[in-house]
Design a protein around this ligand. Structure first.
Ligand code: 5GP
Ligand code: ZN
Length: 112
């Protein structure tokens, strides 16, 4: 989508520090980390949020979660644990309207 920051990152119009990439997905470091390790995993195709998933996205969704596990290994939090968050809509504070999963870790995370 034209004015979407993450679509621009996918197209390389905005630079990012990539952790993993393939034809379907991209993982890159969050520009404003809230934990020692903070990576975002996104589908390359523009989907607004988890609420916009369709039957067609089944394989993609599984692949996103495979990628989350792969990224956890790459950045070294697979043994120590990590948190996965996807904000949906206003009350969750979803700032970027392109589906993304935050991977947080590298330290003890607050429980609330
Ligand atoms: P949300 O609040 O929508 O769940 O999270 C959006 C996340 O995207 C935020 O953590 C924010 O720091 C990150 N972000 C926004 N713009 C950019 C950018 O241009 N590059 C990177 N690497 N992260 C971004
Ligand atoms: Zn987008």
């Amino acid at each position: 989508m034209e004015d979407c920051v993450f679509c621009k990152i996918v197209k390389g119009e905005i630079p990012s520090k990539k952790v993993y990439e393939d034809d379907e997905v991209l993982a890159f470091y969050d520009i404003n980390p809230i934990a020692k390790v903070h990576v975002l995993v996104i589908p390359k195709v523009h989907i607004q949020s988890l609420q916009d998933l369709k039957e067609d996205h089944k394989e993609l969704l599984f692949h996103l979660f495979e990628t989350i596990n792969k990224v956890a290994e790459i950045v070294g939090v697979d043994k120590t644990g990590f948190r996965v968050i996807s904000n949906v809509g206003e009350d969750a504070g979803q700032a970027v309207k392109h589906l993304h999963f935050h991977i947080l870790g590298g330290e003890k995370l607050p429980t609330r």
